[in-house]
Design a protein around this ligand. Sequence first.
Ligand code: COA
Length: 160
Amino acid sequence: MRVAVYPGSFDPTTNGHLDIIKRTSKLCDKLIVAVLENPSKVPMFSVEERVAHLNEILKDCSNVEVKSFSGLLVDFVKSVNANVVIRGLRGVTDFSYEFQMALTNKSLDREIETLFISADTQYLFFSSSQVKEIAIFGGDIDNMVPEIIKKEISKKLKEE
Ligand code: COA
């Protein structure tokens, strides 16, 4: 069985992430979306909330599973019996960072391959941080995130 892992912070999940997940899930038997507990970022949503959002968004995708992880990505990949890491590329700015990360992971475990998928042109220009910033200042994020994320962001902003 070909199992791939798509890791990221997903704080929050955007339509760009969703596009990569849907396209990649057709290329493997099972895709594990792995939500990172990332100590270097201050999140808007807890890991549990991010996993819950993804589970709701992906409830109709039968070969996609959502899990969280902390620590090294290569250790997580091994623990779920996968050997492919999926990363989306939005352009040359992503490339040097992603290339370095792929080589680092390769040096940690030679059995694990990184597969890059080019982002769709309509999702090239934004990130999760930008989505949050636009929402905080009352801008329109309708085309950037799934409906459930829009609702969750607005709920979170009202709590603050
Ligand atoms: N569409 C829209 N936005 C996208 C996107 C897409 N297709 N692909 C990436 N992004 C954005 C994300 O929204 C995120 O935005 P933000 O920085 O504003 O939050 C940004 O690009 C970074 O992407 P993300 O996929 O969340 O990666 P990351 O840099 O937070 O984490 C990991 C990458 C999880 C793969 C990496 O940190 C990791 O493996 N960590 C574990 C520790 C480890 O193993 N380290 C050694 C290897 S280097």
